[in-house]
Design a protein around this ligand. Structure first.
Ligand SMILES: [Zn+2]
Length: 379
């Protein structure tokens, strides 16, 4: 590990340069053209490193980039199964964000849109693989999979991620660390939409004939919010709501979008039943509930804990105490973990402000974390 750490320190300036190039290439999930430009940059870098590049073309979102390094996996007799490095090149930041959030190093940090989530993580992965190739330590095939739709729920990349993950022994996710910790559990995400239909009427002339859809929705919001169980880690948050037309009209329509986080897969059918059983308080109103699970929870499996323990002991060799953490946020690791594949997450950069204007990465953690990533790929 000490040799890897020294190597990572030597490569740190090049790592930051690569990260900067990726950050300067703005890539909001909604702009296929922009994401594809960033993907091409990553593909060109991979080819320079003699990576085997395969592009999975997409219509609506950015193309998905599959890069393979190291010996080709043929059979279990000859090699260990591949390891999947999972990342994304899209960000939540619209084009032009660099104007107010310039990409620069200051106060020991690299700042800019998409630094922490997760272009620096992608640059770390390239660097870790490069170190292993140069030291002839890459004994197994490594697949680096970069998509362009993660920030909108991975609608098109999910099947690609899942089919490649099924051929791999383990999945390392390049999302940011939780503080200084790797992530061994993530909650699942379930999205619901509630539509209320009431009866419109003049608010002054025909008040009694109206069935107020917004009032009905308010009751429903109160009901579903009450299902939150913090001790269990189950949360229900109504995130968006709307309804009505004019203040003097009793509204006939109202709607809400609900974000539900579940720590265990077993919570999914239970909560689905409760949503399905919702009844209107005012019988003249009707409720329509649609939606379902977006990302299954990444539960703290034995395989994931095993990976974490390996990482913890490698980190200790270079004087780093590596903790584990769980989070309510989802990632593509939720998909691979749900397939039963050992998945360790949060192996990317250390920093602050993902999806926020102070998004930044702490530079002093780059070398040790990249060395640790390399160590995990080599062992
Ligand atoms: Zn991310």
């Amino acid at each position: 590990m000490h040799a890897l750490l020294a190597g990572a320190r030597r490569k740190q300036p090049a790592l930051v340069r690569l990260a900067r190039r990726l950050v300067l290439c703005e890539s909001p999930s909604g702009s296929k053209l922009a994401v594809d430009t960033c993907t091409k940059l990553a593909a060109a870098h991979a080819r320079q490193m003699s990576g085997r590049v395969k592009v999975h073309p997409q219509r609506q979102f950015g193309d998905v980039l599959e890069i393979r390094f190291g010996p080709r996996f043929t059979s279990r007799r000859d090699h260990a199964e591949p390891v999947l490095l999972l990342g994304h090149l899209d960000t939540v930041w619209p084009i032009g964000s660099l104007k107010n959030m310039p990409c620069r190093t200051r106060d020991g940090r690299l700042w800019g849109p998409g630094t922490l989530d997760m272009k620096v993580g992608v640059a770390m992965a390239f660097t870790a693989v490069e170190m292993l190739v140069e030291a002839d330590l890459l004994r197994r095939e490594v697949v680096l999979l970069l998509n362009g739709d993660e920030e909108v729920g991975s609608p098109v990349s999910r099947p690609i991620t899942e089919s490649i993950a099924r051929t791999c022994e383990a999945v390392y996710v390049l999302e940011p660390a939780q503080g200084l910790a790797y992530k061994t559990a993530r909650k699942g995400i379930v999205n619901w939409r509630i539509d209320v239909k009431g009866v419109a009427a003049h608010a002054g002339v025909d008040f009694k004939k109206g069935a107020n859809a917004i009032r009905e929705l308010a009751r429903v919001v109160e009901t579903v919010s009450g299902w939150t169980n913090l001790a269990r880690g189950l949360t229900i948050s109504v995130g968006v709501a709307g309804g009505g037309t004019k203040s003097n009209v009793v509204p006939a329509e109202a709607w809400a979008e609900v974000d539900v986080r579940i720590p265990r897969m077993a919570d999914a059918p239970r909560i689905a039943n409760r949503f399905a059983d919702l009844k209107p308080h005012d019988p003249r109103c009707t409720l329509t509930v649609t939606g379902g699970i977006n990302r299954p929870p990444m539960e703290r499996s034995r395989g994931t804990v095993g990976l974490y323990q390996k990482a913890r002991s490698l980190a200790a060799e270079i004087g780093v105490t590596l903790e584990e953490a769980s989070t309510g946020g989802g990632s593509d690791g939720n998909f691979t973990a749900a397939l039963g594949i050992s998945t360790l997450d949060g192996m990317g950069a250390v920093g602050e402000g993902a999806h926020a204007s102070h998004e930044s990465v702490i530079i002093e953690h780059l070398a040790p974390r990249t060395a640790l990533l390399a160590g995990m790929l080599a062992s």
